[in-house]
Ligand binder design. Structure first.
Ligand code: NAD
Length: 503
């Protein structure tokens, strides 16, 4: 896509925000320099609510990727030698700056990915949380000492930075999903090359370059190359420089990224898609289950890997649950995310909208009933509740990634568990029951990385392990778990006394 001639009022606005670099966002960030587009093609950043171009950024090339990795590799050793408190202080300062720029971030989240103010608040808070915990990692767990089975030997496990970390992130929670890798990676003495999603090059990447630059991060430690996944993604993920390839995105793309990374002996860390179930057992508190169900389905238009994708409700509560959820859905204000009070904004783009609408229509053709919603106006898809759904209908069997709540009835806990697990995904989920032991049994039987009892699946805490099983990914993020990925343990032994060898 090219089109630098399309300059709207929105474009001037985002380039004049306090957080914007001096010459605006139309730049890559390499070796501490803001490099303007040169002869590169441009990526147009479109506001999904107004459909206007808010700015353009350069479309990074394979040469840019090579340069970014080379620069990162050159900067890493010296950075790792900095005292941990210095590394931690820079990450903490970047975290502070995110707070100071919160109003600018709110605007950017709205115009880049249709995020309403409530979501902007969540995201800034999540990004700051992960930065706080990430900063703290610099001062934690330098390694271990282990006894030896060999007389006179001392075993030391020394923790070292992994080296260069490649990071690819999606558009839905761009700042947070990038921060949760970039902040701990930097704190632990790594250098980073970040490729944000093409829809969100600013909040997914350039914003981090800006706050880390302001915080005093040395040149080359963080490099940001905006670019199209289908153009530079294979080159980026199969590169021989990085030691870790962190990917957050769809399972389909993630599988290829993981394979290419392993092909270059790079450790993959994959956070992928989900088909999360919200299970309401027959003894559930119905109002609590409905409140949680609405929040888990419609927040950020259902565009989260941990959104509720399917509601599973015991047949005895089914009609009341469907009516209650439809009532909640109808009350949600839809509109421009920049407008205060809006709770449902646009979905990210036309192809995503068409996919969501297609899943609704195909499910209706297969016998589902639209209880509320079902229509759309441009990229605004109405919060939709579908009843009479079975697990094999398209809205339930696919990760729909939209404001859609397919409700599936079940007769027993065993049947609910069978339906929950009848998917290739295994990310998050929730169970409602007034009997916590019973809910716990169901939670244990759910094949997912995370389950929340008497809540909904949309939970992420910066100090708690986050991740999925099966097609939802490999590895865990946050705190000590991401530290394991971003560091290498080296075994150094010291033979303090002469050793007796067999010959
Ligand atoms: P996507 O896989 O299409 O894109 C994600 C990133 O991958 C983007 O930066 C894109 O440019 C890049 N990409 C595309 N093709 C590539 C290639 N061949 N090689 C390397 N990179 C490439 O994902 P999406 O549809 O934009 O995002 C939504 C998906 O992300 C959903 O499936 C959602 O569940 C998942 N997600 C998972 C988590 C998690 O933590 N598990 C969090 C958020 C989103």
């Amino acid at each position: 896509m090219t089109g630098t001639e399309t300059q709207s009022t929105d474009e001037r606005d985002v380039n004049e925000l306090d957080i914007a670099p001096e010459n605006g966002w139309n730049a890559l960030y390499l070796d501490g320099e803001w490099i303007s587009d040169g002869n590169r093609d441009s990526i147009e950043v479109e506001n999904p609510a107004s459909r206007t171009t808010v700015t353009t950024v350069p479309s990074g090339t394979e040469d840019d990727v090579d340069e970014a990795y080379a620069v990162a590799a050159a900067a890493q050793e010296e950075w790792a030698e900095r005292p941990p408190q210095e590394r931690a202080a820079i990450v903490s300062e970047a975290c502070e700056l995110l707070g100071e720029y919160a109003a600018d971030l709110e605007t950017l989240f709205a115009v880049e990915c249709g995020g309403v103010q409530l979501k902007a608040g969540f995201e800034t808070q999540l990004a700051q949380g992960t930065m706080e915990v990430g900063a703290g990692l610099a001062m934690r767990d330098g390694g271990r000492r282990k006894d030896s089975v060999t007389p006179g030997k001392e075993n030391l496990l020394v923790r070292e930075p992994a080296g260069v970390v490649g990071v690819i992130t999606p558009w839905n929670f761009p700042l947070y999903l990038s921060s949760r890798v970039v902040a701990p990676a930097i704190a632990l003495g790594n250098s980073v090359v970040l490729k944000p999603d093409e829809h969100t090059p600013i909040t997914g990447g350039l914003v981090l370059a800006k706050v880390f630059e302001e915080a005093g991060l040395p040149e080359g430690v963080l490099n940001v190359v905006p670019g199209y996944g289908h153009e530079i993604g294979d080159h980026f993920s199969g590169h021989d420089v990085p030691s870790v390839m962190s990917f957050t995105g769809s399972s389909e793309v993630g599988r290829g990224v993981g394979q290419r990374a392993v092909g270059s002996y790079t450790e993959p860390a994959l956070e992928l898609g989900g088909n999360n179930a919200h299970v309401v057992l027959e003894d559930a508190d119905l109002e609590r289950a409905i409140d949680a169900g609405a929040f888990g389905s419609f927040t950020h238009q259902g565009q989260e890997c941990i959104s509720i994708n399917r509601h599973l409700v015991h047949e005895s509560l089914y009609d009341e649950y469907v009516a209650g959820l439809a009532d909640r859905a109808e009350q949600l204000p839809i509109g421009d995310p920049l407008k205060e009070g809006t709770l449902v904004g646009p979905v990210i783009n036309e192809s995503q909208r068409d996919k969501i609408v297609g899943f609704i229509e195909e499910s209706v053709e297969r016998g589902a009933t639209v209880e509320t919603g079902g229509d759309h106006d441009d990229l605004f898809v109405e919060p939709t509740v579908l009843s009479g759904v079975s697990n094999d209908m398209p809205a339930a069997s696919n990760e729909h990634f939209g404001p859609v709540a397919p409700v599936i009835p079940f007769e027993s806990d065993e049947e609910a568990i069978r339906i929950v697990n009848d998917t290739e995904y295994g990310l998050s989920g929730s169970v409602h029951s007034t009997d916590v032991a019973r809910a716990r049994d169901v939670a244990d039987a759910m094949e997912t990385g995370m389950v929340h009892i008497n809540d909904q699946p949309l939970n992420d805490e910066p100090h708690v392990a986050f991740g999925g099983v099966n097609a939802s990914g490999m590895g865990r993020y946050n705190d000590e778990w991401i530290m394991d990925t971003l560091t290498t343990l080296k075994w150094i032994s010291i033979q303090r006394e002469p050793r007796e060898y067999p010959y």
